[in-house]
Design a protein around this ligand. Structure first.
Ligand code: PBG
Length: 324
């Protein structure tokens, strides 16, 4: 028995000292809020599996942008639901596509709000895959061409940053090269570098109507059993020109966030995805958990693991709670 006990509890006894020694603190600047935009007028429709998250038609965005701006949230991530789908995902890269329209509109409402666009084909293809298909296979290089074209059309619409989420090989260099040729050398890329083939995307696929019509995404999204492969994906993306790397989902992948943070010197983002949101919403609706406490703990854990940026459907809630 030691004579002098190391009494760690001294610094836990009172709330002010707990605050002073706290290592990880959430801040409004940590968060990006995802937005779902759709064609039509007068639409503000709640996504059944994601209570509190809505589909907005462009004309209905104004109030939402005002709320986000007043909360001082710095950035949004735009997802689009197109008017039509085809096997080439054409509606992803047309000039008046839904994301392109939304970007122009949001920039008109508030040019200071940082607008990031999700760049992918799965919402826009009739088969629901993130690339184009030949003989039942998702082709890589031709898909990259269309993905780069999509990124360019977002840039032309005024996006501040593009975020490719498709997991094709070489897409970051494909996008970077096209953006540079077209004069967008200063437009950053946030790459969904380590995007795992995950069941946590279920509610999003309902929200974005983007479930694959055959097979699954395992031939391009990563196997969640692998962490060395995740490091290789990050390394390649950085070499290809990614400015920010991302891990997705977040909560079951805190080890990947931490490893990536230790390995690389670019900012790290984490996507607290739809399934992670819905589980908390469902349990709190049942009265089984305290939503505010759980969300705060979850988001803090993502930041503690090493995320500099947290993309979350809870962004508005957490910022409100931080302001209380
Ligand atoms: C599109 C995309 C997905 C998500 C973001 N971008 C779905 C998927 O890959 O199936 C998931 C977001 C979420 O679950 O919140 N490729």
């Amino acid at each position: 028995m030691l004579d002098i006990v190391r009494r760690n509890r001294r610094l836990r006894e009172k709330s002010p000292i707990r605050a002073l020694v706290r290592e990880t603190k959430l801040h409004v600047d940590d968060f990006v809020y995802p937005l779902f935009v759709t064609h039509g007028v007068g639409i503000k429709e709640e996504i059944p599996s994601m209570p509190g998250v809505f589909h907005y038609s462009i004309d209905m965005l104004q109030d939402e942008i005002e709320v986000i701006t007043n909360l001082k949230i710095k950035a949004v991530l735009i997802f689009g639901l197109p008017e039509y789908k085809d096997d080439q995902g054409t509606s992803a890269y047309i000039e008046d596509g839904i994301v392109q329209q939304a970007v122009r509109h949001i920039k008109n409402l508030n040019k200071e709000l940082y607008v990031i666009t999700d760049v992918c084909l799965c919402q826009y293809t009739s088969h629901g895959h993130c690339g184009i298909i030949e003989n039942g296979l998702v082709l890589n290089d031709p898909s990259v061409q269309l993905i780069a074209k999509t990124a360019l059309s977002h840039a032309r619409a005024g996006a501040d940053m593009v975020a490719p989420s498709d997991m094709m090989d070489g897409r970051i260099s494909g996008i970077r090269a096209l953006l540079d040729i077209e004069g967008y050398q200063n437009l950053p890329i946030m790459s969904y570098s380590s995007k795992f083939s995950s069941s946590f995307y279920g509610p999003f696929r309902e929200a974005a109507d983007s479930a694959p019509q055959f097979g699954d995404r395992k031939s391009y999204q990563m196997d969640y059993c692998n962490s060395r492969e995740a490091m290789m994906e990050m390394e390649l993306d950085i070499q290809e020109g990614a400015d920010i790397i991302m891990v997705k989902p977040a909560l079951s992948y805190l080890d990947i966030i931490k490893q990536g943070k230790e390995h690389f010197n670019v900012p790290m983002a984490a996507y607290n995805v739809s399934g992670e949101y819905s589980m908390i919403k469902a349990a709190s609706k049942m009265g089984w958990i305290d939503e505010k406490q759980i969300v705060t703990e979850v988001l803090t854990s993502i930041k503690r693991a090493g995320a500099d940026i947290i993309i979350t459907y809870f962004a508005k809630d957490i910022v409100k709670w931080l302001n209380e």
